[in-house]
Ligand binder design. Sequence first.
Ligand SMILES: [Mg+2]
Length: 233
Amino acid sequence: MSSKVVLWDFDGTLAWRDGLWRSALSAALDSLEPGHGIDPSRLRGRLSDGFPWHEPDRPHPELSDPDRWWARIEARLARAFEEVGYRSPRSLELAHHARHAFLAPASYQVFGDTIPTLNRIATHGWRHAIVSNHVPELEDIVEGVGLREHFEVVVSSALVGYEKPHPAIFHHALALCGRPECVWMVGDNPVADVRGSESLGIRAILVRRDGDALRKSPDLVGAGDMILAEDGS
Ligand SMILES: [Mg+2]
């Protein structure tokens, strides 16, 4: 087995979802409360705390079961609906609907350079893994957007109990990959993706946004160039 692995973040790196949680909340309102009159911008900023990835220093093995994970997240989403005027139990019904809206693969789009870059690097003997702060059903989403076949391993923080940049989620992914000798991390978050992996001696590339990082690329093509230039082919 090849001992060269690239770890990839998912959201904002390989694929994106417009508005992330906000658009799922908006979709729930549109379905269950037609004519609600709530501007989606009012939901923005109401989701900036209370998710497991907002406290990466805190492991959450007690949530490593989809039902328990969603019970906590639906309670958090319900609070966002309460902040715009809905009361329990309607807020909880809306939250449950938002959960299913969030999981629809059709709401994700794959960046144009994702598959060509994955294929190009793979032809040089690299294997791929996803390491993401995400929902328990991440692997289904990856399958639904047509990317699953490219990845040997799909690791979601929801199931592992640790959020990037916590070292344990990287250790977990590397163990599943057979502890490869050569490892890169590619992601769009300078802290969770870049600092998290670099603290373990993994070389990292910040993609698709500017930020404090040693290696940066505006796209995945440039990230592929860096990996192949530094680690030969
Ligand atoms: Mg990301």
